[in-house]
Design a binder for this molecule. Sequence first.
Ligand SMILES: [Fe+2]
Length: 225
Amino acid sequence: MALAGRCSQSAGSLMSALRSMQACRSLTTQTLPDLPYDYSALEPVISAEIMKLHHGKHHNTYITTLNQSYEKYAEAEAKGDVAKMIELQQAIKFNGGGHVNHSIFWQNLTPPKDFEAPSGELKSAIENDFGSVEELSKKFNAKAATVQGSGWGWLGYSPELKHLVITTTANQDPLTTQGLVPLLGVDMWEHAYYLQYNNVKADYLKEIWKIVNWKDVASRYSKAQ
Ligand SMILES: [Fe+2]
């Protein structure tokens, strides 16, 4: 939105302003990212049915609503309707957060056949901060199970404290809202597991560690420092 504002200010006429706004809107339009694997590739941990709905319907809806909210925001901004702009910020946060979080989640996962345990700097950091990978998963699962309603479990990195942190966020709040860099996110919304695990969150959390893409987590950890 800040980009759209700068662009419209630089326009010298109504037509150029409109063209500029259209150009800026196209820069902020989000699209559904392709998965790096097939819908069935995470089985038996996550079923193809869940993945198809989760990626093709849920994630796509966040993106569609986010783009619609952007357009409404641009219209409100053009009219100087500050109250409407503020009203739309919640929809942008929720749907934008849904897009950001799911985009991380897909990359954080890998087919079971490709699973590799953490190694190198990331493994050392995990052992230093939690004792072992097993202890990390136990603490993570205990924390993630406390999410009330809908939210996310996270392994993040604190640039301030310079160590790994296990925490949760509510709804679709991105981890960056807590000043942490997201390394590994686990979707604790019912749509992520209910069709397969019903109400047994603990089983979903126990199984998810079989498909964590530790190479992706290590790459995020490396960039976060
Ligand atoms: Fe989700």
